[in-house]
Design a protein around this ligand. Structure first.
Ligand SMILES: Cc1cc2nc3c(=O)[nH]c(=O)nc-3n(C[C@H](O)[C@H](O)[C@H](O)COP(=O)(O)OP(=O)(O)OC[C@H]3O[C@@H](n4cnc5c(N)ncnc54)[C@H](O)[C@@H]3O)c2cc1C
Length: 376
């Protein structure tokens, strides 16, 4: 395979890698993106729910409406399945046709003139002078590791590695409808989702239902998604048991940014850098922003020709301090009885609105008999 010289090689065509590569190309850098997948819509590790702010990002500005479904409410369930409906004025979440979204992102790279080499796994890189050489791919001044939560770039090149994870599993059911499709259904349950939540959402193509739990390396505990679907069926209207049309699973970083994230012209972004909210486990918007910020820092570096210039800009990332504290609290003091008791108090509502809408929320008090019914 012919090798080519680039300013930057980006490993990984996920959200962070695409944002970084597009930023670099827009500023005139020569950039190549490699991904081990042959089809970016396969073996996806994300639900693909977008916060409204993510759609403001340049990468997603022209996203076809058919790939999105607006979800204006959150229905949050206590462990005893009592629920409250939350919303914020003019705020939306968006579920996506995620395989089509990932393919569309890849097509966007090609339209920008960025070489996208699919079916090309990163295995190793050698430092030659002030370049990185990736055998079979080429040489570059900068190497960007956007290769996800178990980054091989980080492992091979001695950068910080993600060490705290949630493990998420999701089932997809094509062509079915929820009883309350305009809400993102979120279930607090130590039994089914210790350390996180379960979720059910209407997407452009059907329904996604998932569970994530604290991942303990070496443990074989997997989320009991069949039990969860059975438990919540009366609330969601999703008949259980039901064979999924597809299954997604993956690790979600939840310990905050890794260290170090860069050295000698190699830098990590997105999940590889631990850039995921430790509480909500949302990493798409964070990855888009981080990819863009690092892309701009590299552009600056390439213009100035001094590697140290890029350091401050690349280190300006959210530390997620408050969210890491909340994560610790959730890990060590998640008691279903406590949530059941506190569930409808103003304090709980305030915390929920802060987490989902960043304080923009207000509870919607419209009565919805069956969805807020209690099951004993
Ligand atoms: C089950 C689950 C559900 C989630 N749901 C949401 C959600 O609804 N909303 C949200 O905001 N966040 C969600 N997240 C988190 C979010 O998906 C990630 O934070 C986000 O996708 C990270 O983007 P990224 O570009 O950093 O990495 P990724 O999306 O993981 O992309 C990494 C890319 O690198 C490629 N790659 C990996 N190794 C190599 C290699 N050796 N060589 C070449 N290529 C390689 C992969 O093929 C992949 O294309 C979820 C995560 C999981 C696991």
């Amino acid at each position: 395979m012919q090798e080519t010289d680039y300013d930057v090689i980006v490993v990984g065509a996920g959200f962070a890698g695409v944002a970084c590569a597009q930023t670099l190309a827009q500023h005139g850098a020569s950039v190549c993106v490699v991904d081990r997948k042959r089809d970016l819509g396969e073996r996806i590790h994300t639900t693909g729910i977008l916060v409204a702010e993510a759609l403001q990002h340049a990468c997603l500005a022209d996203l076809p409406a058919a790939l999105l479904r607006a979800v204006p409410h959150v229905r949050l369930y206590a462990p005893n399945l009592r629920s409250v409906r939350l919303a914020a004025p003019d705020y939306r979440f968006y579920t996506t046709d995620t395989p089509a979204l990932m393919r569309w992102l890849g097509e966007g790279l090609v339209e920008c003139g960025i070489p996208l080499r699919l079916g090309t796994p990163f295995r190793d890189a050698q430092r030659t002078g002030d370049h990185w050489r990736l055998p079979g791919i080429g040489r570059a001044r900068w190497l960007v590791g956007a290769d996800g939560a178990t980054s091989r770039v980080a492992t091979c090149l001695g950068l910080g590695r993600v060490e705290q994870w949630l493990y998420g599993v999701e089932h997809e059911f094509d062509g079915v409808a929820l009883r309350e499709p305009d809400a993102l259904h979120c279930f607090i349950s130590k039994h089914y989702a210790p350390g996180y939540i379960g979720w059910v959402a209407q997407t452009p193509t059907g329904v996604q239902a998932g569970l994530a739990r604290r991942h303990v390396p070496g443990s074989s505990a997997v989320p009991d998604i069949d039990g969860f679907l059975h438990h919540t069926a009366v609330m969601t209207g999703l008949p259980a048991p039901r064979r999924p049309d597809s299954v997604r699973a993956g690790l979600i970083p939840c310990g905050g940014p890794v260290r170090p994230r860069q050295r000698d012209g190699v830098v990590l972004i997105g999940d590889a850098a631990g850039m995921v909210s430790p509480v909500t486990a949302g990493g798409i918007h964070a990855g888009l922003r981080h990819g863009t910020a690092v892309g701009l820092a590299i552009v600056h570096n390439l213009q100035q020709g001094d590697a140290s210039l890029a350091l401050p800009a690349m280190d300006a990332v959210p530390a997620f301090r408050a969210k890491r504290l909340l994560r610790r609290a959730f890990d060590h003091a998640q008691f279903d009885g406590l949530f059941n008791l506190a569930f409808r108090t103003p304090f709980m509502r305030c915390v929920a609105e802060q987490l989902y809408f960043h304080r923009r929320g207000h509870a919607v008090h419209a009565p919805e008999a069956d969805a807020s019914a209690r099951i004993d």
